[in-house]
Write a protein that binds this ligand. Structure first.
Ligand SMILES: [Zn+2]
Length: 321
């Protein structure tokens, strides 16, 4: 039995929840903004969980789903309209939860209205973005269950900033530095009676296979559904540190990166680190002794060919019980 450090023992009771995965048409190249692939894989993942019914929606949930869902997870190119506002306000008013990943925070012309519900929203022509290594700092979220035991994590994804909305409306979980300032990357918001969790990260498909990102997202989904954040742990039937079957490697990997990625996913060792050269995942190492040892090994592995690497994925401590 695996057990994440800090999780309540015994596990808290869970109730039956309905999770709706809302995707949309792809709007970027291979391995980026791949909403349909995400929906397919995460549907399989949630099908493994106890006490969960998983459903899917294209572009927008059905009227029935707005009535029945506990949490709507949006990964799509978002937009906001008066009709969507009516749907979501009614949904939040009955206690519904929502999760917005990456481009789902685009509010289009109505970004200020969207931001009133989710805290901060993207606005084309105003908001800024950067693809590349991100050092995500969870110092602001140490008291929040979603960010439990998170400190600083390196991802290779995309940040957004100069978003529309008021920072006083969000509970900040984590930030990254852009333009010399800390910019919100993960947060929660609470529109009247509702719950919202937002992840700005989610540009690249590989991010969704990063064990730490996966853990954050699962915790955020559980929290938005008003469930214990650990309800998706392996003991409840949903693996957080191994990929959904069948494994889906990040798109665009060469043979070396693919082999390394599969080894990474297959490793049963408690400390694992994976490095990226920026154009694909290239280095992997595991250590039974120390996290730092795994990180150093992963970096030196991919720096052999003179590439610059960043750690993109690590497991956190998992104890055998
Ligand atoms: Zn993006």
């Amino acid at each position: 039995m695996v057990h994440l450090v800090g999780a309540p023992q015994p596990a808290e009771p869970t109730r039956k929840i309905i999770v709706v995965l809302v995707a949309g048409a792809k709007d970027h190249g291979p391995g980026e903004h791949d909403y349909p692939a995400w929906q397919q894989v995460w549907r399989e993942l949630f099908a493994l969980a106890e006490n969960v019914r998983v459903e899917t929606a294209e572009e927008w949930p059905s009227a029935e789903q707005f009535q029945s869902a506990d949490v709507l997870v949006f990964y799509q190119h978002g937009t906001w309209t008066p009709q969507r506002a009516l749907d979501m306000d009614a949904y939040f008013a009955r206690g519904g939860g929502a999760v917005y990943i990456h481009y789902a925070v685009d509010g289009g012309e109505q970004s200020a209205e969207f931001a009133r519900r989710i805290g901060l929203a993207w606005q084309g022509g105003r908001s800024k973005f950067r693809h590349g290594p991100l050092e995500v700092n969870f110092a602001a979220g140490t008291e929040h269950p979603i960010a439990r035991n998170f400190d600083k994590v390196h991802f290779h994804d995309e940040s957004y900033w100069q978003l529309v909305g008021e920072r006083s409306r969000i509970a900040l979980l984590a930030s990254g530095v852009e333009d010399g300032e800390h910019q919100p990357l993960f947060w929660t918001a609470e529109p009247p009676k509702g719950r919202v969790f937002v992840s700005i990260l989610g540009h690249y498909s590989w991010t969704f296979d990063d064990p730490l990102f996966r853990l954050l997202l699962l915790r955020g989904i559980a929290w938005a559904a008003r469930e214990p954040v650990d309800r998706f742990l392996a003991r409840h039937g949903l693996p957080v540190s191994v990929p959904a079957p069948p494994p889906r490697p990040p798109a665009g990997l060469g043979p070396t990166g693919l082999a390394a990625f599969r080894a990474y996913l297959d490793s049963p060792l408690p400390y694992r680190a994976f490095a990226s050269s920026g154009d694909g995942l290239t280095g992997w190492a595991a250590s039974p002794r120390a996290r730092e040892e795994a990180r150093r090994a992963a970096l030196s592995f991919c720096q052999k060919d003179g590439r610059t690497c960043a750690i993109v994925a690590e497991t956190i401590e998992i104890e055998d019980r």
